[in-house]
Design a protein around this ligand. Structure first.
Ligand SMILES: Nc1nc2c(c(=O)[nH]1)N[C@H]1C(S)=C(S)[C@@H](COP(=O)(O)OP(=O)(O)OC[C@H]3O[C@@H](n4cnc5c(=O)[nH]c(N)nc54)[C@H](O)[C@@H]3O)O[C@H]1N2
Ligand SMILES: Nc1nc2c(c(=O)[nH]1)N[C@H]1C(S)=C(S)[C@@H](COP(=O)(O)OP(=O)(O)OC[C@H]3O[C@@H](n4cnc5c(=O)[nH]c(N)nc54)[C@H](O)[C@@H]3O)O[C@H]1N2
Ligand code: SF4
Ligand SMILES: [Mo]
Length: 894
């Protein structure tokens, strides 16, 4: 057995420390690192299930050219020569890199250096454009730099935490747990949630503002005006450290309470409760995420929030500040190296000739880009219209995750040369690559990531690289060398790259730039190996306070005493106004809001492999308010068609009063690999924020109608089906195989043949069938010896069979007729009660088990934990358990 390796979780921006261990039989186990300052030992459901996502079945293991296996030399030569010849013929702006916040800092650094210093174009952009661009732009407008002022501890020290457009319970679960624990200790602490939906995060909120979509600028403008009226401003701070207050206040005051109420959809009493709470609580942290960033007014939302903090001097103090939480594990690292098309490197600016010259000298670069490159949405437009002729995509899946996804797919398909570095062999984007390059995955790769609180941690390998997989930095550096830049890309290890990156951050800095980790410029292989998590800045020679800007003395927080990174060292208030309103289109009267679920990560290339994580929500869905559903003639669990001017999807309808009327919510995760037509970004228009270029992914105009299914089905099978002939299907991993939801528009008569093909069962498999054609009920099971190869349940309405029970049958032996008949009867035996829909992924505890515990007297989440273990490991499901306890009953599972 290997020793435990200290590494960092590859999912969200909380950046939890993980201890990973490989047993003698190769089995990997993970647990939280009690010494890591982000999580102190905690992990959420996704982190806890990491070991289930390391299988090699879906891995890309060898380079491929045009669908055939190729050697690394051949593939790298082809990439280098095609980029070189394209640049020679059409200029540097005819090529582009589209990269990702899931690259390590070292990978990112090399990619950015190659494009911006050696190719001489700034056409490198990242999926962080879809994620953090508005926060970056808002920070830069206000602070003159992309600086997150605070630290996680502030979330625990605050007396008021305002969560805006953040579903922290599901998306940053360990931060959520830290806040929940702090509140438990200090019940006086208040939490406000601003989200159009009543998400699970509302569980710890004292006040939920079910804001109208994009009402945030109005809300925070109203707050600023209120703070001025009540005179709770920090006049001294405003005077000493900011400019532009009067104009910002004038813009905010112009709105008036009635207009704010109208635009936010909130009544005045609720607004005043929130404003008063904010006014009365000096220790306030405002946390914000994609409900803020992913909007056509995203940057203004960010500045409206920051304005309220600057006006009250609540910034950089323990327990006070605006706090943009990052999504991906290395969204911050990407920003530090300049991975966005409008940044240079080490937080320097492309438009600044002094910065360009400095970077040129440091890199000894022949051709530093002179103007910003194309931002993601524009980049894909340039691919579509042929301006970009060679595109290299790394660690992101734009055919699923970019707005106007069908057009993105068409553009990539039509591009003359597409290179994709990925860990997965299968995916909606990689299928269009001319050259596929197998990247090393988490557990194999080696480097650093930066989390939301500016903390840099190591990801360390504990597994060998399988097949011919190679680290991303190596792939990029090899191409750089082959393009003729041997010296600049001679790095032999991530440690060397990190040292260079650290040196650049400190190069001629002297306190002029916030990002400075010059202290690590001299890091060697062993120091890099031992590197402990640290927060930036970490300057080599701390400059005098004057050089660093007066009072910028804390290494942990920024701006308590000003010292902003603008020319006059003062922050800027930004006068923001709510955007013009667009009338709802008659054809598409509903607003589609999109986002995440607890147990899946983005396009499911990894979490989709975990049986545990695939049970919580096993198919694509849309949440609709019951009143809207009634109006549209939609019942719970119906299949519905959601369509926009761009495209359509087929998903399951979930009726819930947590949803605002007039809006619907759908998760972003489902792809063509897991569903017949669930790619939600096919519906979203490529509308972007004018300042940041971030797309408005939370706001698409849609129509929703019932899909007239003649038959529904549910099936489990041991092998992944290769062929599913159904109008609607959604596939998910389960413990002993796969499960699939089905719906059919037409009459179906050939159920047995359909089932056999679905199961991929062999000729000898024994079939057991039950048909009641009049009632439209069909159940077919196939046995391979004592084992169930597959079972199909079909009905004219949504199938009522217990999913968990059916999936479990794949793992049982079925020697006797009795247990075989039980399967076609679709019933759990009395000795095996149905666990119901999965709530606790860690211990596989279902809703029915929790409801039974409640019925047996458990009156609290803790009681349920003692009785069933549910909620006692990662705690991500505690909000759902509380909902069941509070309801005191649960509807029949699923
Ligand atoms: N489980 C899980 N966790 C993740 C991820 C994942 O894929 N799965 N991805 C990670 C990444 S990359 C990111 S960026 C983060 C995202 O983390 P979050 O931003 O917390 O997650 P989302 O679900 O995208 O959106 C947050 C909320 O914004 C709300 N919202 C929509 N429109 C508005 C609006 O106009 N105003 C306000 N105030 N709110 C609005 C939505 O209803 C939603 O609940 O999560 C990270 N963590
Ligand atoms: N409608 C809607 N759309 C959205 C969002 C939304 O809220 N709503 N959110 C947006 C946001 S915030 C984000 S961050 C994006 C995320 O969207 P994507 O970036 O497209 O999502 P992922 O599934 O994380 O894609 C990562 C890819 O990298 C591969 N990979 C994993 N590790 C490595 C590695 O080490 N090296 C390489 N080369 N490849 C690797 C994975 O197999 C996968 O194919 O989606 C955006 N799209
Ligand atoms: S909160 Fe969960 S997903 Fe995020 S870093 Fe921690 S363990 Fe990973
Ligand atoms: Mo993200």
């Amino acid at each position: 057995m290997s020793a435990e390796v200290r590494t960092t979780c590859p999912y969200c921006g909380v950046g939890c420390g993980v201890l990973a261990k490989v047993a003698a039989d190769g089995e990997v186990s993970v647990r939280g690192d009690a010494d890591h300052p982000a999580n102190f030992g905690r992990l959420c459901s996704k982190g806890s299930a990491l070991a289930e996502t390391l299988g090699l079945e879906e891995r890309l293991l060898h380079p491929e050219i045009g669908g055939r296996r190729a050697g690394w030399d051949e593939a790298l030569d082809l990439v280098a020569s095609t980029f070189t010849s394209t640049i020679a013929e059409h200029g540097p702006d005819s090529v582009a890199f589209y990269v990702s916040g899931q690259l390590l800092t070292e990978d990112y650094y090399v990619a950015n250096k190659l494009m911006k210093g050696f190719i001489g174009s700034a056409n490198i952009d990242t999926n962080s454009r879809l994620c953090m661009a508005s926060s970056v732009a808002g920070h830069r407008r206000a602070f003159g730099s992309d600086t997150v002022p605070g630290t996680y501890e502030d979330l625990e020290l605050a007396d008021l935490v305002v969560l805006v457009g953040s579903n922290l319970a599901w998306c940053h679960p360990v931060l959520y747990q830290r806040i929940a624990a702090a509140k438990e200790k200090r019940p006086g602490m208040k939490i406000v949630l601003v989200d159009p939906r009543r998400t699970m995060t509302a569980d710890i909120a004292d006040l939920h503002l079910a804001i109208a979509p994009d009402g945030d600028v109005a809300l925070f403008s109203g707050l600023l005006a209120f703070l001025a009226e009540r005179d709770v401003l920090d006049r001294a701070y405003i005077e000493a450290h900011t400019t532009g207050f009067e104009a910002a206040l004038a813009a905010a005051s112009a709105l008036g309470m009635a207009e704010i109420a109208r635009r936010t959809g909130l009544d005045e009493e609720t607004l005043l409760r929130f404003f008063t709470l904010f006014a009365e609580t000096p220790k306030t942290v405002t946390v914000y995420s994609q409900g803020v960033n992913q909007s056509a007014s995203g940057t203004d939302k960010v500045n409206a929030i920051i304005n309220s903090h600057l006006a009250t001097g609540r910034i950089g103090e323990p327990g006070a500040g605006p706090f943009s939480v990052t999504g991906q594990p290395n969204a911050m690292g990407g920003r530090e190296v300049g991975g966005l098309a409008n940044m240079l490197a080490a937080h320097m600016e492309i438009e600044n000739p002094l910065h360009r010259d400095r970077v040129r000298r440091f890199w000894n670069a022949p051709a530093v880009a002179e103007k910003p490159g194309l931002k993601a949405v524009d980049m894909l437009r340039a691919v579509a219209d042929g301006r970009i002729k060679a595109l290299w995509i790394m660690a992101t899946n734009p055919v699923d995750s970019m707005p106007d996804a069908d057009a993105v797919e068409a553009a990539i398909k039509a591009c003359p040369f597409v290179v994709i570095s990925d860990v997965s062999a299968e995916g909606d984007t990689i299928r269009h690559a001319h050259v596929k390059l197998p990247a090393a995955a988490w557990g194999e790769k080696d480097g650093t990531v930066t989390n939301s609180e500016r903390r840099i941690s190591r990801q360390r390998p504990f597994l060998p690289m399988p097949g011919e997989a190679r680290p991303d930095w190596w792939i990029i550096a090899e191409v750089g060398r082959r393009m003729g830049f041997a010296e600049a890309f001679s790095h032999a290890s991530p440690a060397e790259i990190f040292a260079e990156h650290a040196a650049l951050s400190g190069f001629e800095n002297g306190g002029e730039r916030d990002f400075d980790i010059g202290a690590h410029a001299g890091v060697d292989a062993s120091a890099y190996e031992e590197l402990e998590p640290f927060q930036w800045p970490a300057v080599a020679l701390p400059p005098s306070p004057r050089e660093r800007g007066e009072g910028n003395v804390s290494n942990v927080r920024f701006f308590a005493n000003g010292g902003f990174y603008t020319p006059d060292r003062k922050a800027r208030f930004v006068a923001v106004r709510p955007a013009g309103e667009t009338a709802a289109a008659a054809d598409y009267p509903m607003i589609l809001n999109t986002g995440r679920v607890r147990d899946h990560w983005h396009t499911m290339t990894r979490t989709g492999q975990s049986p545990r994580l695939s049970q919580h929500l096993a198919e694509p869905f849309v949440e609709i308010h019951p009143a809207d559903a009634a109006r549209c003639g939609i019942g719970d669990a119906d299949i519905v068609r959601v369509s926009s001017a761009r495209g359509e999807v087929l998903v399951r309808a979930l009726l819930t009063a947590r949803q605002r009327q007039g809006s619907v919510f759908a998760p972003m995760h489902w792809t063509d690999r897991f569903s017949s037509r669930g790619r939600i970004d096919a519906l979203v228009a490529p509308l972007t924020d004018a300042v940041s270029g971030q797309p408005a992914l939370k706001h698409a105009a849609v129509r929703i109608e019932k899909f007239a299914a003649r038959a529904f089905g549910f099936a489990v099978m041991r092998q992944r089906p290769v062929w599913i002939d159904a109008d609607y299907w959604a596939l998910a991993r389960c413990r002993h195989g796969w499960r699939v939801e089905l719906a059919f528009a037409g009459e179906k008569t050939d159920w047995a043949a359909f089932a056999q093909k679905l199961f991929g069962a062999n000729e000898e498999a024994e079939l057991l069938a039950y048909h009641d054609s009049d009632a439209g009920q069909h159940r077919i099971a196939a046995f391979d010896g004592d084992r169930l190869a597959g079972a199909l349940f079909a009905a004219p309405g949504p199938v009522a069979v217990s999913r968990g029970w059916a999936a479990d049958q794949l793992g049982e032996t079925h020697a006797g007729q009795r247990s075989r008949f039980r399967i076609v009867a679709g019933r759990a035996g009395a000795d095996r009660p149905d666990a119901g829909a999965m709530v606790c992924s860690c211990f596989s505890v279902g809703a029915n088990q929790i409801a039974a515990a409640v019925a047996a007297g458990c009156a609290s989440v803790e009681d349920v934990g003692n009785a069933t273990r549910a909620g006692t490991n990662c705690g991500s499901c505690r909000a759902e358990i509380r909902a069941i306890v509070n309801a005191g009953r649960v509807q029949a599972a699923e």
